[in-house]
Design a protein around this ligand. Structure first.
Ligand SMILES: [Fe+2]
Ligand SMILES: [Fe+2]
Length: 356
């Protein structure tokens, strides 16, 4: 739903209180707060205390301030480029805001029983609120904003057990770090492609995500059942594959945005997955063997099918006929994902022994 109102610069500012929902849209999460309050963190206490000192230092306190560079007319960005960029801003804003909501609620619910954790979550919520707010202001430069208060009330929340939250948020923070830093590094080499000042903020910004990831790493390693058991190996593979597949499909839906930055979307997809997979070896008991000849071949096929599914959903015609056309594409994707899941993973615990 979009309502419009005259904004300060006299152009029409649209406020969105709903967003297009698909399997790839970042969700809002809730969890078992009672179980989170009862976690035994003794094995991770030293790491968590070190991380809380970093978070209190608040290195990016003065970073998210809009400079005069933003005060321009952005109407020269039009057509496909504008659509792709606004879509990128919107998904990023929803994703950052999702982190804020979860961390804020965890902080509130854990206050009495886990004061250390409650403070860490409150400091992470502080960062994510800054990130989401900054992105929402960037959207306003393109005459649209998200009504985050209404989204908070209206959107459905997905329940994840505490362990799933730890695996999934660890990965989303680390993949977020790699997305921001790889765009930053590319634009440092090709400044002519930085078409909007937001990208100038990505370097310190990604350090926030890196710290958040390290906090979740400390949480994960403090729970032996999350890395010492055979079940944890299966869950790790599941979450790595889910996050990589979601990333890959999203990047291929958004090639116009990466092209506008002068990036090759397919190469960016591979680079982000490779780096995130390598980083995950520091936290997860296994990582994926992405050098297996089938890995990117199957993932690319899933991304291509996803584009076809999108085209069918947007086409006119009877719903039944749409479904009939979708079935082989969905079946192919499910089969490819199962085959990807079954590729023998790499033992990260053994790698850790070697490093030592
Ligand atoms: Fe963030
Ligand atoms: Fe984060």
């Amino acid at each position: 739903m979009i309502s419009t109102a005259a904004s300060g610069n006299k152009s029409l500012l649209g406020t969105k209180s709903t967003i297009e929902e698909s399997l790839l849209t970042p969700r809002f999460y809730t969890t078992d707060f009672e179980k989170a309050a009862g976690l035994d963190l003794s094995e991770g206490e030293t790491d968590l205390k070190a991380m809380i000192a970093e978070m209190r230092a608040d290195y990016n306190r003065h970073h998210f301030v809009r400079t005069d560079q933003f005060k321009q007319d952005w109407s020269h960005i039009q057509g496909k480029d504008r659509e792709a960029f606004v879509d990128y801003l919107e998904r990023s804003c929803v994703s950052e805001f999702s982190g804020f909501l979860l961390f804020k609620e965890l902080s509130r619910r854990l206050k009495d029983r886990q004061p250390l954790l409650a403070e860490i979550f409150s400091l992470m919520a502080r960062d994510e609120a800054r990130h989401a707010g900054f992105l929402n202001k960037a959207m306003a430069d393109f005459n649209i904003t998200l009504d985050l208060a209404k989204l908070t009330k209206k959107r459905t929340y997905t329940f994840f057990p505490v362990e799933w939250i730890i695996y999934a948020v660890y990965l989303s923070e680390k993949i977020g770090y790699w997305r921001y830093i790889l765009i930053h590094r590319h634009l440092a080499k090709h400044p002519e492609n930085a078409f909007y000042p937001l990208f100038d903020y990505f370097e310190p910004w990604c350090q926030d995500e890196n710290r958040h990831g390290d906090i979740f790493k400390a949480l994960l390693r403090s729970q032996p059942n999350m890395w010492k058991t055979w079940q944890s190996r299966l869950w790790s593979r599941f979450f790595l594959l889910s996050v990589f597949a979601t990333h890959s499909l999203t990047v291929h839906e958004r090639t116009a945005f990466y092209e506008s930055l002068g990036l090759d979307a397919t190469q960016f997809d591979v680079d982000v997955i490779r780096e995130t997979n390598n980083t995950s070896a520091r936290a997860f008991p296994v990582i994926l063997n992405i050098d297996h000849p089938d890995f990117f071949k199957r993932l690319d096929r899933c991304a291509a099918r996803n584009l076809k599914l999108k085209a069918i959903a947007e086409s006119s015609g009877p719903k039944l006929w749409q479904w009939i056309r979708k079935i082989p594409l969905i079946a192919g994707t499910v089969l490819d994902l199962i085959r990807l899941y079954l590729i023998k993973p790499i033992d990260a615990e053994a790698l850790r022994e070697v490093v030592r």
